[in-house]
Design a protein around this ligand. Structure first.
Ligand SMILES: Nc1nc2c(ncn2[C@@H]2O[C@H](COP(=O)(O)OP(=O)(O)OP(=O)(O)O)[C@@H](O)[C@H]2O)c(=O)[nH]1
Ligand SMILES: [Mg+2]
Length: 395
């Protein structure tokens, strides 16, 4: 393969990894050029790379003034590579999760493909040293995206990808709006939609050994929501399938920020609210079990205690997590806490009323259906009270 190869590595505080990684890339692909895209890492990653680049003309650095996120770093790297005439562009992380030993195999594969993915989800690939939960999320997350987008890629969230310049041009970098994990999904989905041929080769993906992760946990949750926006016709509304002219209009980025985020934010808040409610229920049951079954205390006052403790936990979790964009994290107000407990009590009232009305007025095959409807109605009322009254957005 004699087409020119550029390896693009975004960095933010990767001082511990970057030098050995550069050496490893050159060891496995001596003909390659490397572009490090650094966002002014406080640990001085850029200074170290610059020192090596002075001695080695195959190493380049793109310095940006501040942290702008990994997706934007890749896009900047791709543009730089295309403008400088590289034919093959390989994106990889700096933390050794993407082992450079796979580069020769990827190069071989890209001879007959428009995009080659270093894949954790094909036979022979996998993840090591990562928590069970993250493994499951990676596998099921990819499957979920595949089903929704009807896109056959098995590792759609992965970031170790070898692109032909022509593939990136077909996608149109200016049309890519996603950030975080969604960026990886959008790029591959667009390649698939533009009829590009996609190959996946197995890679073993170890967790990062050195340095700190910069990926926020909620990026994954956001990515799971974003896939719905990538589909037609929602995609058009959300800006995923805009024409280049529209993308360059001054109102565009604002429209995308406001338009796309509103709905997905509501869904994320609702999900977080439900998770918080579930955790509250567990706390409630645990205390009840300890006090009533172990200590043999009287059920009725214990129920009240359980309600107050679980309600308080819910209030704090919603304050700090579910609605954190609206709340001033340093200020927890007693008034709002009491309002939250009253709201929960009201929700409980709705729950019991709905359940009672259903049981007395309808012939249900199972009574728990009535209770389930009651819970949903109670939760919905609780959520509305929390969102519109207790954690209302402040201007
Ligand atoms: N230029 C630039 N690079 C970034 C930024 N955020 C992360 N990176 C780099 O992007 C790559 C991926 O980031 P990671 O923190 O490893 O994200 P991740 O692989 O999803 O998370 P872990 O599995 O926990 O490591 C690494 O090389 C980071 O240094 C950023 O804002 N700007
Ligand atoms: Mg990583």
């Amino acid at each position: 393969m004699d087409e020119s190869l550029l390896v693009i590595i975004p960095t933010y505080n990767e001082l511990e990894n970057i030098v050995p990684l550069i050496e490893a890339v050159f060891a496995h692909a001596p003909q390659a050029h490397i572009l490090v895209v650094d966002d002014n890492s406080p640990d001085g990653t850029a200074t170290t790379v610059e020192a090596i680049a002075r001695e080695n003309s195959s190493l380049h650095i793109l310095k940006r003034p501040g942290k702008q996120g990994v997706a934007s770093a890749f896009l900047a790297g791709f543009s730089w590579g295309i403008n400088n005439g590289y034919e093959i562009l390989l994106a990889m992380d700096a933390d050794f999760s993407h082992d450079p030993k796979y580069i020769p195999a990827m190069l071989k594969e890209v001879e007959n493909a428009d995009l080659v993915i270093g894949s954790r989800n094909v036979k022979g690939g996998g993840i090591t040293n990562r928590s069970f939960i993250r493994n499951i999320l990676t596998k099921w997350g990819s499957l979920y995206c595949r089903l929704i987008l009807k896109c056959p890629v098995k590792d759609i969230t992965g970031g170790y990808n070898m692109w032909r310049k022509t593939t990136l041009e077909k996608i149109g970098l200016e049309s890519v709006v996603s950030r975080g994990y969604s960026f990886q999904i959008e790029m591959k989905y667009k390649a698939h939609r533009r009829q590009c041929s996609i190959a996946e080769i197995p890679i073993i993906f170890p967790n990062r050994a050195k340095g700190q992760s910069k990926m926020a946990g909620n990026f994954l949750l956001k990515a799971l929501m974003d896939v719905w926006k990538m589909k037609n016709p929602a995609a058009k509304r959300a800006g995923y399938l805009r024409s280049p002219e529209e993308l360059h209009s001054p109102d565009y980025s604002r429209a995308v920020r406001l338009g796309t985020n509103k709905k997905s934010r509501l869904i994320i808040e609702l999900l977080k609210f439900c998770i918080t409610g579930g955790l509250g229920t567990i706390t409630n049951l645990l205390i009840f079990f300890l006090l009533v079954d172990f200590l043999k205390l009287w059920e009725i006052p214990v129920s009240v205690i359980c309600f107050i403790v679980a309600g308080t936990q819910n209030y704090f979790l919603n304050h700090l997590w579910s609605f954190r964009e609206y709340t001033d994290k340093t200020r927890v107000s007693v008034k709002k806490w009491l309002m939250f407990l009253s709201g929960s009590l009201f929700g409980l009232g709705i729950n019991i009323t709905v359940m009672y009305l259903l049981v007395t007025n309808f012939e249900l095959p199972y009574k728990f259906i009535a209770q389930a409807c009651g819970i949903i109605a109670g939760m919905a009322v609780n959520f509305i009270i929390a969102k519109l009254i207790i954690f209302r957005r402040r201007h």
